[in-house]
Design a protein around this ligand. Structure first.
Ligand code: ADP
Length: 361
């Protein structure tokens, strides 16, 4: 796989003195050609600034941004203009020309590029069909819904057949159903035109649904970078965990954990579930070998990019030594978070049942 965009120790400082902001701090990152690469992070993390260095809307204070093998930071105004033709951009607020029709908006970059009238007509018709707006060609932006406006934005960005699309919070002004629709269109853009998509978003659902790879930014720096599967299934940084937990419901939050503890007094452990290349049923095997009973008290398994992952919270019941042995054996097969390392010894199931009967009597 070749590299479409290479950020090499990119820093950006805005202002000076008391208003000095370090928007980017030595960001190094590779975006592979043909991928959908998401950059996520909280507001102010530096995502937009990073994106805007790709087409020269922001110049780095130091470092290099290499796009398709060319160092954009070294390009002059004219060269930069030519390089921008290879990069389409879509925006949160659509940035359409209100005085032009849908047709006129999509045709605009083609006219600027000097295409003949017939060539413009052919290309715009093709793009209108691609984004499903053939019947809106003569409408004005004010007559369109948000989702339709962003479809025009995507068609316009694709007009000059760029190799890269930059998407700056393109779905953030849309309702959830329209967000999914526009994200789906970005995915088709990537698949059918082979375009590399670098998308900045704070919406983790979009990342989950369409991104191959994700970079997590915090305070101007990269805190995590990996395939979407790896980052979602094993988030390392606190910021990543916060983002991921909002779409993955298999890990109990504090409130859920308190509820679980009210009901379950055994030892609580959380198991990481991953694609397993084996059909060995390891949970029941550990239970059999150690004589420990277990209940699944929380969790779930999800599918992401054709692979499975998730988390199960178990209550282990048995003699303390046996529970200890069970935890050790579980650790051999998967990652285990001991939620109860310092908990009192768990009563065995038989003892607990006897207790419950006694209380009930
Ligand atoms: P994000 O896209 O993650 O929300 P931005 O890249 O927009 O973050 O901003 C990163 C930081 O840089 C913020 O503190 C923001 O206020 C600051 N910033 C961005 N653009 C400018 C600018 N043109 N002038 C001054 N500060 C800016």
């Amino acid at each position: 796989m070749s590299t479409a965009i290479e950020f090499d120790r990119v820093s950006k400082v805005f202002g000076s003195g008391t208003s000095r902001v370090e928007a980017l701090r030595e960001v190094s990152l590779s975006v592979q050609a043909g991928q959908i690469h998401a950059v996520v992070g909280c507001s102010g993390a530096g995502k937009s600034t990073l994106l805007r260095t790709v087409n020269g809307l922001e110049r780095p204070t130091s470092g290099r941004v290499v796009v398709a093998g060319r160092d954009t930071t070294a390009l002059s105004g004219k060269e930069l203009y030519a390089a921008r033709q290879q990069t389409g951009m879509i925006f949160q607020q659509f940035n359409l020309l209100s005085a032009r029709t849908v047709y006129g908006n999509i045709a605009y970059p083609l006219r600027l590029a000097g295409l003949s009238k017939d060539a413009v007509l052919d290309r715009v018709e093709e793009l209108l069909a691609f984004v499903g707006l053939t019947d809106k060609a003569l409408s004005y932006p004010s007559q369109l819904s948000g989702g339709q406006k962003q479809r025009v934005g995507i068609a316009r960005a694709l007009a000059t057949e760029p190799q890269i699309i930059l998407s700056d919070e393109a779905t953030s002004a849309l309702d959830p159903a329209t967000t999914a629709e526009v994200a789906g269109l970005l995915q088709r853009t990537n698949e059918e035109y082979g375009v590399t998509v670098l998308l900045v978003t704070h919406e983790i659902d979009v990342v989950r649904d369409i991104a191959h790879r994700v970079t997590v930014m915090d305070a101007g720096g990269v805190v995590e970078d990996g395939t979407t599967y790896d980052v979602f299934s094993r988030p390392q940084h606190a910021v990543t965990r916060r983002f991921v937990s909002s779409v993955l419901r298999s890990v109990p939050d504090e409130g859920a954990l308190a509820t679980i503890r009210r009901v379950h007094r055994g030892r609580l452990v959380q198991l990481h579930v991953e694609d397993r290349e084996t059909d060995q049923p390891f949970l029941s095997e550990v239970a059999r070998r150690t004589g420990v009973d277990f209940d699944v008290v929380y969790g779930g398994v999800e599918e992401l990019q054709d692979r499975l992952f998730g988390s199960l919270t178990l209550e282990l019941l048995g003699e303390p030594a046996a529970v200890e042995a069970a935890v050790a054996q579980l650790r051999v097969s998967t990652t285990v978070v001991d939620l109860d390392a310092a908990a009192p010894p768990a009563p065995s199931r038989a003892l607990r049942l006897a207790e419950e009967v006694a209380v009930g009597a």
